[in-house]
Design a protein around this ligand. Sequence first.
Ligand code: GDP
Ligand code: MG
Length: 676
Amino acid sequence: MNTSASNVRTVAIVGHTASGKTSLIDAALFVAKATPTHGRVAKGTSAADCLPDEIERRSSIHAKPLYLEWEGVKVYVIDTPGVADFYGDVVAAVHAADAAIVVVDGVGGLEVGTRRVWKLLDELQRPRMIYVSKLDKDNSDFSRCVEQIRAAFGKNCIPFELPLGSQADFSKVLNLRTTPESDVPAELRDQFHAAHQSLEEAAAEQDDKLLEEYLGGQALTLDEITNGTHVGITRGTIVPIYCGCADKEIGVRNLLEGVKSLMPSPVERQAEPVEDEGQLDLSPTAPFSGVVFKVTVDPFAGHLAYVRVESGTLRPDMEILNTTRGGKEKVPPLLRMLGKTPVQVPQAGPGEIVALAKLKDTHINNTLADPARPVKFKPIHFPRPVTSVAIHPHSAKDEEKISTALHRLSEEDATFHSARNPHTKEMVISGLGDVHLTVAIENMKRRLGVNVDVSTPKVDYKETINVRADGHYKHKKQSGGHGQYGEAYIRMEPSERGTGFEFVNEVVGGTIPKNFIPAVEKGCLEGMQTGVVAGYQVVDVRVTVYDGSYHDVDSNELSFKIAGLHAFRDAMAKARPGLLEPIMNVGVFVPDQYMGDITGDLNHRRGRIQSVDSSDGLQVIKAQVPQSEMFKYASELRSITGGRGSFEMEFSHYEQAPVHVAQKISAETQAQKKTD
Ligand SMILES: Nc1nc2c(ncn2[C@@H]2O[C@H](COP(=O)(O)OP(=O)(O)O)[C@@H](O)[C@H]2O)c(=O)[nH]1
Ligand SMILES: [Mg+2]
């Protein structure tokens, strides 16, 4: 095996859910003799869908690199999930790959997921081929798919193959580049010839010299067509369309041949952007650098960091620097994972992917590099979580276990967040959709045996005041022995959003002795914890204590704290208190026809539409919407648009809730208090 980087192909397999990505990989692994048997997703024997959660669902969840060799070329294929909830792994896989194969379902044709990955490949400028799957199935139709593809993605998508027979009679794929004309049945010769010409023309257009020959009436040789196509794919001006049936291994050899002969190698790509802007030498002899694009806790191999080598050569026992986090790591044995089975390899060069077990402090999206050339790649931009639930462990003693597990999960998955909200006292987990969160919870159960209940998170409302007001309280208690005495006069006024709490002492003449002023402040701070509207945290208030009285014997800290607290509540009640609710910035992306439904729905959620633009054939609606109205939006948007819409959301600011909303929440809090 030639180990030069030009003999490596690293390809992400992407597409809509259930389009046949994993099945294609299983077929390819078998055809290339990487696996002794042909694994099947449906039977739970797939080499790629091999993790417990994937076998259970019969569907991919994790980006997963697999390895095969084809005619002297090392091929890394990265399987990706199609379900939108795991889109983070698609982004990671495409980053780690030099090119992609977009799988289009031969029955379903173009779907939401196909368009989504296409856009991603455009953004990250990855060369690609298309593979139309399942041509053995009833209602599959290669020509219909080709038409759809060319209409949606452009005329530079060119069929490189013709299926022989269709549906139940589908038996073979003719490759327009490599199949000799003598192998083409007579009745298909004309069609074959015409299709071959389009391909030849496209290849010729990549090179002035070839074009001249071609226009001069000279036929291009196979090598010339191959080279022209290779250049075209690498530039993005040619996208070959292949086809087949993974189940019966039809067309799979052709596809592997195409990957080998047409797809770019790691040295033909632009280096990933480096933060210091320096040029990176992509050769195997350069200093090592690589990106951790995926971390898993594998039930068989434990904690694994998947590294895509960008430059240089990685070997065991080397000392490398995690330039993102600053720590050094000693390189453990390099593992090339074939689904469940790790194989140790002596080294890995540009484009290759290896798993490193049990690194000390290396997470997803970290750069690893030779300490002599400590480059740092620009981080992968993962989609941000848009949906959240609160989780409640069945048993209090599981709380700590859970927070450790959640912390680990968020280190593995950049699209998963977890945090305890100190105000609502809830553990909230966030991700890209309901399935994402369900899988995370199942994962926790599988790893730790802990069970949790799930609820819609409580909204972290705040309270504040709107006008200035005075407050007063005299605390006086005489019960046998020592009494308690303290009196405070305060003034309360609204302060700017975000200032929290300010306390000013304007007491003159010692009406409250200096040493008791902090006690008054403490009382007010306690008042800030539970406001008078519905018991939420109070924010953005300035309190000035300006008068009071004391008793030589009976005054103590506690008395002044109590006086401070009640004076605070007295003032707050008079200061036109109100409820603040969190407002989110929301961006919704939908095809034109859903515009009316989406804006209507956002209005219904008390949203304020701020702008409507169109980009890439989608309408982009920007709005500000109260958080309380958005918890179930991920699934509702999916049902309005049949999965064709997506959205992003982030916290914007707090804003006064309308009176009817505040009243409703206040009533709910009262009712809750009664049942507690
Ligand atoms: N008949 C037929 N079914 C296929 C073929 N490829 C995949 N499938 C089925 O389509 C379903 C989804 O396949 P899978 O590979 O998991 O799709 P993925 O989600 O894109 O990875 C499974 O039930 C497969 O058995 C094919 O070539 N022919
Ligand atoms: Mg799959």
